[in-house]
Structures are given as structure tokens and as C-alpha cells.
Design a protein around this ligand. Structure first.
Ligand SMILES: Cc1cc2nc3c(=O)[nH]c(=O)nc-3n(C[C@H](O)[C@H](O)[C@H](O)COP(=O)(O)OP(=O)(O)OC[C@H]3O[C@@H](n4cnc5c(N)ncnc54)[C@H](O)[C@@H]3O)c2cc1C
Length: 441
């Protein structure tokens, strides 16, 4: 049975005419891998060479599976090589909300797995000596006066119920000492979160996978996945792979590859820029302790300094199939509202990426085709840590230990209505309401 036959321009092609983004510019190039031009048999075939795909390959290869990755473009050309680099534990929603939705025990297990995700990334960095500029501390900056009360409640709840003591509250004076902007009223620092250079981390785990004999093919988009008697047949333009299992790790770039499963999330485009290097001294007058920052609005700003002291500032989303033609003006406008004095500095890079947002903001894990095709996507802008964990859980699932994968897979997800024609307008309308709240609150 055929489940994909896409005639539209695939989402992964939208980056084709871009210049290098800052992460590509500042990474040691990853040696190109060949295109698939033959028929191969492996244990597991992975579709997508982002964090989820590469991490799945790494953990599976560690267990002795023969693994092959098919990437449509270059590895890291999706969101994993384009994001804000914030390595946060937990999920995208607050624990109190998760408890209400799933019950305390389930919520606690997910929280612990969120912490494990961060630890797992840190362990990989340490074990494989990946030089990816890891720094401690992520600060949520309160954009609204009432945020302080919310932060204090959250800190108390997390201490009492989860014994989590890494959140610290910042009042108005403290947040303005920490971030040189008049926009914020309070803050909540998470000392259990980090920031890093995402593409260097991705190349680091990809290099380890190669050492474990994982085969990586680039410029090899998968056109179809067929169910077979014992697994799956994965077809590209010039070759095909037969495998006991296929793992689909395409997140916001999935398109029709798994049929209607794409309606469990909305692909949205988010944009980032990098200023010219500002120097360590100037940087420390902007963010005193070099934390990564995001704010409390529905459409957030997020930013941090790179190792060479550029401000990497992200913010603003679009829901159309194509990227903005002038993303730089769009992001600059947001940045100047927070840091008007940065108008006098050059912007060296600006780029966008596609992420996958689910209605409830939980990632969408599951399996299809008699449990032979496994997928994990919908990380909802919170995937830098969770994708590495997803890779670990997928490897557990394939080796027969399904419980932890199922803790995610059992979370119910709404389908975004409207089909191909109306899904984007319907979602945009919903978001417009929250955007309006951002401006009038
Ligand atoms: C601008 C931006 C900022 C973000 N900031 C943060 C942040 O600070 N912190 C955080 O936690 N998360 C952040 N995220 C989210 C995070 O980057 C993602 O959740 C994560 O990278 C998803 O990884 P992935 O491997 O699942 O998908 P991706 O990295 O998107 O990889 C999917 C891959 O699949 C490939 N592919 C698609 N179709 C096919 C096909 N048919 N055949 C073969 N290959 C295919 C694509 O080319 C792509 O390389 C951000 C995302 C964006 C876009």
C-alpha cells in the first residue's frame, strides 16, 4: 500500500535558495554523504537527519542494530540546525496544566523524562567531547506585570510537588539588572536548563553514529513508504531500502509522508537573526550572566549570545507554506522594541525554520503499519532536549521495551481541521486571537 505521493513542492525545499545561516557559518563543515542509488537491506531505516533521526540512529546503533538514515537535503538542514539553542527540561506546558490533563503520576513521569532529556544531551556532549558552546541558565522574562505572581506560584508548586529547586524568582529590579531592557517586570531563572550551538551538537552525534557504522545518505528524499510482510520498503528517486522498522523523523517538514497524521500538528515558520559580534564587554551589559532568554507572550521573543558574542534573536511566526521574503526586517522590528540601542549594529545573518506545533503542545509519538513505522514529531518549539530523548525511546521501543515511548504515545491529540486547503487559515485565525491578546494585555 502506498502512503505518500506528493505532487506539491515539499517543505524541505524552502531553504534551497538561502545563504548559509549563522550556525552553518560557525560550524566545521560536515563531510557530504552520498545520495542513495542502490537497493539496501537494514534493520532500521530512518527518514530525516535532524536531532530525532540522528539520535534514534545513535541509540539503535549502540544496541547493535544496522541503521541507515535518508535525509532529503543535508543533515541539520531542518529545524535542528536553525533553532534558538535553548536546552530546556520539561514540556512546553506548565506542570500544573499537565497534571490536570493527565493526572499527577503521568505528569510526574513526563517531568522526570524532561529532566532526563537534558541530562542525556549533556552526557552525549561530555562522552563524545562535542564542542558546542554549552552554557548554563535559561531565563523566562515576564512581559506582563501579573507574571511575577505566576512565577512565584510555579516555583512553589515545583518545589513542593517535584522537589525541584532550580527555579529562582527575579523581581523588577533584578530582571532589569540581568537584562538591559525596559520591557520586563519580573523573571524566572531555570538553573537546570542550558543553551548551546545546535548544529555543532547535531554534527557531534552524527559523527558518533558514523563511528558506529550508521550509513547516512543525503539529498535522498523519501518518496513513498510501503508496508511489507516483515516491515517496510522505503523508496527514494534512485534507490530503495528494506527494513524491519522505519522511523519517520521529519517534524515540521513531514508533509504527506504519513498521510493524515500530518493533521496532528501545524507546521509554522519562525525566524531568527544574528547581529555582528558585539564583544564580551558589551554583551555583558545586555545580558549580564550570559543566560538564554525567552518572554511570556504567546508569540515569544527568544535570544542569547553566541560564543563570538553575537546576539542571536528569534521571534515572529508565519503560517504560510513559504518563508517571508524579508525576514530580517520582521525580526529586527521585534528586537528593536526590546533593545532599541541595537539599531546601530549590523545584522550579519537572518534565517527561518519550520517547526511542528500540536494543539495541546505535547509531542506526538506513535506507530503505524502494524507498529513497523514509528514516528515522533510535534515538539512544539521545545525539541532541542526532547528529540534526543525521543531517539532513546524509539530505540527502546524497537528493542521491545515500549513502556516509556508509550507514556508519550498514549497522550491524546486533536486533529487540526480543514484539510490541506483550510488547515492553515483555521489555525491562523486561532493564533490571531492570542496575538491580539499579546498586544492589548
Ligand atoms: C526558528 C526555530 C527556533 C527554535 N528554537 C528552539 C529552542 O530554542 N529550543 C527548543 O527546544 N526547540 C526549538 N525549536 C524546535 C526544535 O528546533 C525542533 O523541535 C527540533 O529541531 C526538531 O528536530 P527533528 O529532528 O524532529 O526535526 P528537523 O530538525 O526539522 O529535521 C527533519 C528532517 O527531515 C528531513 N525530511 C523531511 N522530509 C523528508 C523526506 N521525505 N525524506 C527524507 N528526509 C526528509 C528534513 O530535510 C529535515 O532535515 C526551534 C525551531 C525553530 C524552527
Amino acid at each position: 500500500m502506498k502512503i505518500f505521493n506528493n505532487t506539491k513542492k515539499p517543505t524541505y525545499e524552502q531553504h534551497d535558495n538561502e545563504k548559509d545561516n549563522y550556525y552553518q557559518f560557525s560550524s566545521t563543515k560536515f563531510e557530504s554523504r552520498p545520495e542513495l542509488k542502490e537497493n539496501i537491506r537494514v534493520d532500521v531505516c530512518i527518514v530525516g537527519g535532524g536531532f530525532t533521526g540522528i539520535a534514534s540512529a545513535l541509540y539503535l546503533a549502540k544496541q547493535g542494530y544496522k541503521v541507515l538514515i535518508l535525509e532529503a537535503k543535508k543533515i541539520g538542514s531542518g529545524a535542528s540546525g536553525r533553532n534558538g539553542g535553548q536546552l530546556g527540561g520539561g514540556l512546553r506546558k506548565e506542570q500544573k496544566v499537565i497534571e490536570k490533563l493527565l493526572g499527577f503520576e503521568h505528569a510526574k513521569e513526563l517531568w522526570n523524562m524532561g529532566l532526563e532529556a537534558v541530562e542525556e544531551v549533556k552526557n552525549n556532549i561530555e562522552q563524545f567531547k562535542i564542542d558546542c558552546d554549552l552554557k548554563n541558565g535559561v531565563l523566562t522574562a515576564g512581559y506582563y506585570e501579573q507574571d511575577s505572581k505566576y512565577f512565584l506560584g510555579e516555583i512553589e508548586h515545583m518545589q513542593k510537588k517535584y522537589n525541584y529547586n532550580k527555579y529562582l524568582h527575579l523581581d523588577k529590579i533584578e530582571i532589569r539588572e540581568e537584562i538591559n531592557s525596559e520591557k520586563y517586570y519580573s523573571g524566572m531563572l531555570n538553573k537546570g536548563s542550558y543553551h548551546l550551538h545546535p548544529l555543532k551538537y547535531l554534527y557531534g552525534i552524527a559523527n558518533e553514529s558514523l563511528k558506529l557504522k550508521v550509513d547516512i545518505y543525503e539529498n535522498s528524499p523519501v518518496l513513498k513508504i510501503h508496508q511489507t510482510e516483515n516491515g517496510a520498503r522505503i523508496v527514494t528517486k534512485k534507490g530503495e531500502v528494506r527494513a524491519d522498522f522505519a522511523v519517520v523523523a521529519c517534524n515540521g517538514y513531514l508533509d504527506d509522508l504519513l498521510g493524515n497524521i500530518r493533521n496532528k500538528f501545524m507546521p509554522i515558520n519562525n525566524y531568527i537573526l544574528a547581529t555582528e559580534p558585539l564583544g564580551k564587554e558589551k554583551a555583558s551589559t545586555i545580558i549580564k550572566n550570559n543566560y538564554a532568554v525567552s518572554d511570556t507572550r504567546f508569540i515569544i521573543d527568544y535570544y542569547r549570545f553566541s560564543n563570538d558574542w553575537r546576539l542571536i534573536f528569534g521571534g515572529g511566526e508565519t503560517f504560510t507554506k513559504n518563508f517571508l521574503s524579508d525576514a530580517s526586517s520582521y525580526v529586527k522590528k521585534r528586537m528593536y522594541k526590546v533593545f532599541p540601542y541595537l539599531k546601530y549594529h549590523k545584522i550579519d545573518f537572518c534565517w527561518g525554520g519550520t517547526l511542528a506545533i500540536t494543539v495541546n503542545r505535547f509531542p506526538n509519538f506513535g506507530s503505524t503499519y502494524n507498529n513497523k513505522v514509528i514516528y515522533a514529531h510535534g515538539f512544539s518549539g521545545h525539541g532541542v532536549a526532547l528529540t534526543t530523548l525521543a531517539g532513546k525511546l524509539i530505540s527502546e521501543y524497537i528493542s521491545g521495551e515500549k513502556d516509556r515511548f508509550n507514556l508519550f504515545a498514549s497522550i491524546p491529540h486533536l486533529t487540526i481541521p480543514g484539510g490541506d486547503l483550510l488547515r492553515r487559515p483555521i489555525y491562523s485565525l486561532g493564533v490571531a486571537y492570542y496575538k491580539l491578546l499579546d498586544t492589548i494585555r
